[in-house]
Design a protein around this ligand. Structure first.
Ligand SMILES: NC(=O)c1ccc[n+]([C@@H]2O[C@H](COP(=O)([O-])OP(=O)(O)OC[C@H]3O[C@@H](n4cnc5c(N)ncnc54)[C@H](O)[C@@H]3O)[C@@H](O)[C@H]2O)c1
Length: 323
């Protein structure tokens, strides 16, 4: 009987890259039909490894995976908040990720959204398509000197800072976890300070319970300059209904989201219709090159784990030390 690796879900055109790497090791790929907990518990029963995109892998699925003899859960991507890492660690399963395959793409997408909002490009294009031809009055400001708050100065936040500097934004960054500040931009001591006088805000932090709704009704109320908001990180960082209300009331002057609390967002959500909102389908990571690299590197981690080699990028290296 051939060995199996379960792909819970994916967003790619096909899985040929993964097959070409795994089949020479006698490993067959199976794709889960559904991603709810019960379906994944059943689907993982004869697997030795897992490749996971956005599907939730809670404790029950990890337990079933461990019982089946799964050695590795390889996440296609940077964030791993959809996988119960503690459960995997307890059961001795290494979780891997690909932390750096698309930093330039996400930073470029962030600037694209920021410029789309601040220059009014998307809204103007919609008007032209409707047959109009008028310079939008009273909404577009000179970018030079506008104040941009960058929340989270890790891999992507730093690349966003470098790009935004080239456009002349005055930047304030907030990241309390960086001990030695080696960035040539102003540092905020609190998130409230970063938000207070920002003309634009962009989020580049991981999703965690502490970070959930870091932009909420409460935090928007303390923003003094009706900023534009960009989120290319994780949907639950922004309370989406609060963002829609703030656009309506004028507390925010634009909202661009590549990620939303629910993906896709409900068809009747007001942000889908608002002229000052831009929504993209969680595609910040995407370029032809980044996607190829992601598929290859995620599959290579599975090969390493199944052939007894140490994975390149373990999330929970303590599992390897213990084995
Ligand atoms: N849209 C996409 O397709 C896409 C693709 C890749 C990554 N992402 C997301 O982008 C985000 C950032 O990725 P990265 O590679 O820069 O991560 P990173 O780990 O390199 O950097 C994150 C930074 O956030 C900081 N941070 C954590 N909590 C914070 C808080 N409350 N306030 C301020 N700073 C805080 C950390 O200290 C760290 O420096 C992640 O959420 C990731 O999931 C999205």
């Amino acid at each position: 009987m051939s060995r199996k690796v379960l792909v819970t879900d994916h967003v790619f055109a096909d899985l040929e890259t993964e097959r070409s790497l795994l089949e020479p090791h006698g490993v067959e790929l199976t794709l889960a039909d559904e991603v709810d907990e019960d379906s994944l518990v059943a689907a993982v029963a004869d697997a030795e490894g897992m490749l996971v995109c956005y599907a939730k892998v809670p404790e029950a699925v990890v337990e079933a995976a461990a019982d089946a003899g799964v050695k590795v859960i390889s996440r296609y991507g940077i964030g791993f908040d959809n996988i119960d890492i503690d459960a995997a660690t307890r059961r001795g399963i290494v979780v891997t990720y690909v932390p750096d395959y698309c930093l330039d793409e996400v930073a470029d997408h962030t600037l694209g959204l920021l410029l789309g909002l601040t220059r009014g490009i998307v809204d103007a294009d919609r008007d032209v398509r409707r047959g109009e031809w008028a310079v939008p009055q009273g909404t577009v400001h000179r970018l030079q000197g506008r104040r941009l708050a960058v929340i989270g100065a890790g891999g992507i936040g730093r690349k966003v800072i470098a790009r935004a500097q080239a456009f002349g934004f005055e930047i304030v960054a907030y990241d309390p976890f960086i001990e030695e500040w080696n960035l040539d931009v102003e540092r905020a001591d609190t998130i409230e300070e970063a938000f207070a006088e920002a003309d634009a805000i962009t989020l580049h932090v991981p999703m965690s319970e502490e970070n959930r709704h870091m932009v909420s009704r409460g935090s928007i109320a303390k923003m003094n300059r009706a900023p534009v908001l960009v989120n290319t990180s994780r949907g639950p960082l922004v309370e989406m209904d609060a963002a829609a209300e703030a656009l309506e009331s004028g507390a925010l002057s634009g909202v661009a989201l590549d990620v939303t609390e629910e993906e896709p967002p409900p068809l009747d959500h007001p942000l889908r219709r608002h002229p000052r909102a831009i929504l993209t389908p969680h595609m910040g990571f995407y370029s032809i090159e980044a996607q190829q690299e992601l598929q290859r590197r995620a599959a290579e981690e599975v090969v390493r784990a199944l052939t007894g080699e140490a994975p390149d990028r373990p999330v929970n290296p303590e599992v390897l030390a213990a084995s």
